[in-house]
Design a protein around this ligand. Structure first.
Ligand code: C2E
Ligand code: MG
Ligand code: MG
Length: 235
């Protein structure tokens, strides 16, 4: 799915959103199978595959001359806890020839909840070559904000539940505004997800949000189609 800069209104990045093409069930949503894969421990292998495939695809696009600054990949807490995650990320970057500064990992607040010290040390290592770190679904998970100053963060992603009614619900507007202000003062970038209307875009511009993602600018599409969307955007 494309990520769009509100400054230039151009596509600057992509988020990798996995789907399972099941022979009988058709396309299965990650919201359905990722939690099951987490319980079964399979998310480690699936997540590694997604990461490798995203890095490989990004390298291919850059070699083709496509202008893209960022590839975001969702990372499950189980991946961070159970596998040798920093080594896995390094290995995949080397193997695919992907520039580390093009990769952004998205974690949710819950990932930081368990084993905080360990998680912080993992991400400190991952960040060394320039990989970026974002908090996904910000504002829906952990209530402690103290991790914000301890994790080596680059970006907050405003959860779509605050974006949905942004233009008519003053509470959502207040929360989105507070997240943007928080990001600003911590020197972090901020992106809003689930943006579906022009009115939401206008309000987010006014509020000083950096980037947006959502059906208004583009739904998640297969990689081949994404390249076409990107080329059209650059014309
Ligand atoms: P997420 O990372 O917060 O991704 C945003 C979800 O919102 C995606 O659902 C996306 O398709 C959807 N979305 C994007 N724009 C809009 C919009 O304008 N309106 C609405 N209503 N929805 C929008 P999706 O693709 O079903 O993914 C659901 C969740 O599954 C993701 O939430 C993420 O947490 C997880 N996920 C997806 N891919 C992976 C993966 O490779 N690894 C792991 N661990 N989790 C993944
Ligand atoms: Mg995400
Ligand atoms: Mg999200």
């Amino acid at each position: 799915q494309p990520q769009v800069s509100l400054k230039t209104r151009r596509i600057i990045g992509a988020e990798a959103l996995v789907r399972w093409r099941h022979p009988e069930l058709g396309l299965v949503s990650p919201a359905k199978f990722i939690p099951v894969a987490e319980e079964a421990g399979l998310v480690v292998q699936i997540g590694e595959w997604v990461l490798r495939e995203s890095a490989r695809q990004m390298t291919e696009w850059i070699e083709q001359g496509l202008e893209l600054q960022s590839m975001s990949v969702n990372v499950s807490g189980v991946q961070v806890q159970r596998s040798n995650f920093a080594d896995t990320v390094y290995g995949i970057l080397v193997e695919t020839g992907c520039d580390p500064t093009l990769l952004e990992l998205e974690i949710t607040e819950s990932v930081v909840m368990n084993n905080t010290e360990y998680v912080i040390s993992v991400f400190e290592r991952i960040k060394e070559p320039g990989v970026r770190l974002a908090i996904d679904d910000f504002g829906t998970g952990y209530s402690s904000l103290s991790y914000l100053k301890r994790l080596p963060l680059d970006k907050l992603k405003i959860d779509q539940s605050f974006v949905r009614d942004l233009t008519h619900d003053p509470d959502d507007k207040a929360i989105a505004g507070a997240v943007i202000a928080l990001a600003r003062s911590l020197g972090l970038k901020v992106i809003a997800e689930g943006v579906e209307t022009q009115d939401q875009v206008d309000m987010l511009v006014e509020m000083g949000c950096d980037d947006v993602q959502g059906y208004f600018y583009g739904k998640p599409v297969p990689a081949l189609q994404f390249a076409a969307v990107l080329m059209k955007d650059k014309q």
